[in-house]
Design a protein around this ligand. Structure first.
Ligand code: BDR
Ligand code: CA
Length: 325
């Protein structure tokens, strides 16, 4: 077995963020060395609270959690998405309160510090608005050379948006920051709605979580009850997209990619109806995506397997082990 790689997670915890966090804690390929929060589904401070509570419940209380940006680069935080994630961000589920506090450093400072500590090794997974990552790039312009990779959940290539007809929430919540991240000198792996809306978790998966002999899967199952309610209008049945856990699994190379061309991507930062859109140059699709000059974004359009069994299998393996010890 190869050594697990060090991971920094940037999130807005959030129900699907909670799933991603549980997945990274469970995956033998990841060593979670730090977490930063950003306003999105809830405020950055609220997301940190949820994260600390989840870490304690999962038996990983020592992972440092830093509160990041409250407001996006332009404008102010819109107040979150209670209709999707509940007032507290985790579907109203009342987790036992952790007695730990976030660290003093900001999320951007933590990321820069970890990038130096694990130079050439650190994997960054960003599953909220990209405000902290853009801030870290300003703090340490060599960040792209220091980290081993960056994977983001965000954007839409050919799929419609989920917050406007063309924009996905994480990008739309801070398009200026997203533009900074996409134009930095690194290859971003983008996990867009094209692939996160086509890999769903069904009610029988949720029932499996609820039946588990461990408080983490049970809490996730309860949270998903709320999340499924939001998706009824979208899919016509109780189920949910798997945005953030899929990005986490792709970052740890836990799932095979069926189609992930590296292309040019531009974020719309205008004030028109396209604001927050990720304009992906997919014109090469008819020729099998030949190399494209200036391309620096690997856009995941399809994965090669059914994701839900992989997600549940990874979580299950960790919990069974935990229950036995
Ligand atoms: C993304 O937005 C947030 O609501 C989710 O947690 C996910 O990261 C999906 O558009
Ligand atoms: Ca998120």
């Amino acid at each position: 077995m190869t050594q697990p790689a060090p991971f920094y997670l940037d999130c807005d915890t959030g129900i699907d963020d909670a799933l991603a966090l549980a997945y990274l804690l469970a995956s033998p390929r990841a060593d979670l060395v730090g977490i930063g929060t950003v306003s999105g589904n809830v405020s950055a401070a609220g997301g940190a609270r949820n994260t600390l509570d989840l870490l304690s419940l999962a038996g990983h209380p020592d992972v440092p959690v830093a509160i990041g940006a409250h407001d996006p680069q332009a404008g102010t935080f819109h107040g979150g998405a209670p209709h999707v994630h509940g007032e507290n961000g985790i579907g109203g589920v009342d987790l036992p309160a952790s007695d730990r506090e976030p660290i003093e450093a900001s999320a951007a400072e933590l990321l820069v510090q970890l990038a130096h500590q694990y130079a050439g090794e650190l994997q960054v997974v960003a599953i909220g608005p990209l405000t902290n990552i853009a801030q870290a790039l300003r703090l340490e312009p060599k960040l792209p050379q220091l980290v081993a990779g960056i994977t983001i959940m965000g954007g839409a290539a050919l799929a419609p948006g989920n917050i406007t007809p063309v924009a996905e929430a994480n990008i739309a919540n801070d398009p200026e920051a997203a533009a900074d991240v996409f134009t930095a000198d690194w290859t971003v792996t983008m996990v867009p709605l094209d692939v996160t809306m086509t890999n769903v978790l069904e009610e029988h998966h949720r029932q499996e979580l609820l039946a588990a002999d461990h408080p983490v899967p049970r809490a996730l199952g309860e949270m998903l009850g709320y999340y499924f309610g939001f998706y009824v209008d979208i899919f016509g049945r109780a189920c949910s997209a798997m945005h953030d856990p899929l990005a986490a699994a792709i970052a740890v190379e836990g799932v095979d990619l069926a189609l992930a061309p590296t292309v040019r991507v531009q974020v719309d930062t205008t004030d028109g109806p396209g604001r927050g859109q990720t304009v992906c140059d997919l014109r090469g699709q008819y020729a099998g995506f030949p190399a494209q000059r200036g391309a620096r974004c690997r856009v995941v359009l399809a994965i090669g397997e059914d994701f839900a069994p992989h997600l549940l299998g990874t979580l299950q393996a960790a919990w069974l082990a935990a229950t036995r010890t």
